[in-house]
Design a protein around this ligand. Structure first.
Ligand SMILES: Nc1ncnc2c1ncn2[C@@H]1O[C@H](COP(=O)(O)OP(=O)(O)OP(=O)(O)O)[C@@H](O)[C@H]1O
Ligand SMILES: [Mg+2]
Length: 250
C-alpha cells in the first residue's frame, strides 16, 4: 500500500494535570489525507490529545511536528493559521445568525463580526460558501437561523465553518454524539468526502459510526496508545475488549 507523505509526527508526548498523567504517547504518525479514528474508554486522554494539537493544552514534554512546525510550541491562533482546524465537542455557532451569516464569519476570521456582516462578499467567496453548504447538506438552510437547526445540522454547520478555513489537518471530537442514525450515516459520508482535501483525526464513541468510516483506528487507554491498526483487527483484539469491558461507557 502506498501512503501519502507524513503530515503529523507526535513523539514522546506527555500531559499531566497536578501529577496525574492524562496522556503519554510514544509515537503517533498521520499521513496526508488520512482519516484516523481515535477511540478509547472515558478518560482515556482523547480530548486531551486534540487539546495539545490545537494549542489549548501545553504538554510537559514531547513534540508534534506538523510540516515545518512543532505544534506544542505554538499559540492557538498560530496553529489555525498553520493549517490545523478544530471542531469542538459542543457546538459553538452564533445561534441568532443564519447559516449563511455564520459561514461568512468563518471566512473572515480576522475581521470584526459587524464588519463581516455589513461588508460585501466577493463572488469567489460566495461560491465557496455555497459549495461548502452543499457539501455539508446545508444548501437548503442557508437562510435558516442557526438556533432553528437540528442538533445534527448545527454540527454540520460547525464542520462547514472549519472547512472554510481550509485546514490541512482537521480535528473533530465526537461529531456523531447526540445525532440520529440517519444524521450519523450522513456525517460519516461527509468525513469520507473531506479526506479528498484534508487529513482528519476524529474521536468517536459510536462504534457503528467508527465501523462505517474507519480505516486505521488508534485505541487510547489511560493516556497510552494501546493498539493501532485496521478496524476489524482492533475490535477483536483482546486488550481492546478488556479495556472497554473494564470501564463504563457513556
Ligand atoms: N483540565 C484538566 N484538569 C485536570 N484533569 C483533567 C483536565 N482535562 C482532562 N483531565 C483528566 O485527564 C483524563 C483524560 O481526559 P480526556 O478528557 O482527555 O478523556 P477523553 O478520552 O476525552 O474522555 P471522554 O471519552 O469522556 O470524552 C481524565 O482523567 C480527565 O479527568
Ligand atoms: Mg473527550
Amino acid at each position: 500500500m502506498i501512503f501519502d507523505p507524513v503530515l503529523l509526527t507526535v513523539e514522546n508526548l506527555r500531559v499531566s494535570f497536578d501529577g496525574f498523567v492524562a496522556l503519554d504517547i510514544d509515537e503517533f504518525v498521520l499521513h496526508d489525507r488520512e482519516l484516523r479514528v481515535v477511540i478509547g474508554p472515558n478518560g482515556a486522554g482523547k480530548t486531551t490529545f486534540l487539546d495539545v494539537l490545537c494549542g489549548k493544552t501545553r504538554p510537559d514534554r514531547g513534540s508534534a511536528r506538523f510540516e515545518k512546525f512543532d505544534l506544542t510550541q505554538m499559540s492557538e491562533d498560530a496553529i489555525v493559521k498553520a493549517g490545523v482546524g478544530r471542531k469542538f465537542q459542543t457546538p459553538s455557532v452564533f445561534t441568532s445568525l443564519t447559516v449563511y451569516e455564520n459561514l461568512m464569519l468563518a471566512l473572515k476570521t480576522d475581521r470584526t463580526v459587524l464588519f463581516s456582516l455589513v461588508s460585501r462578499l466577493s463572488d469567489k467567496n460566495r461560491d465557496r460558501i455555497n459549495a461548502v453548504a452543499e457539501q455539508t447538506g446545508l444548501a437548503d438552510h442557508l437562510h435558516t437561523v442557526a438556533d432553528a437547526l437540528s442538533h445534527g445540522q448545527k454540527q454540520w454547520l460547525e464542520i462547514a465553518m472549519v472547512i472554510l478555513q481550509d485546514p490541512e489537518l482537521f480535528l473533530i471530537d465526537e461529531p456523531a454524539a447526540g445525532m440520529t442514525d440517519e444524521e450519523t450515516v450522513k456525517t460519516g459520508e461527509l468525513l469520507e468526502r473531506l479526506t479528498m482535501n484534508h487529513a482528519i483525526i476524529v474521536i468517536e464513541h459510536d462504534m457503528e459510526f467508527v465501523r462505517q468510516i474507519a480505516r486505521t483506528v488508534t485505541v487510547l487507554h489511560e493516556g497510552k496508545v494501546l493498539v493501532e491498526g485496521p478496524m476489524d483487527q482492533v475490535q477483536n483484539d483482546p486488550r481492546v475488549i478488556e479495556c472497554y469491558l473494564g470501564s463504563a461507557q457513556h
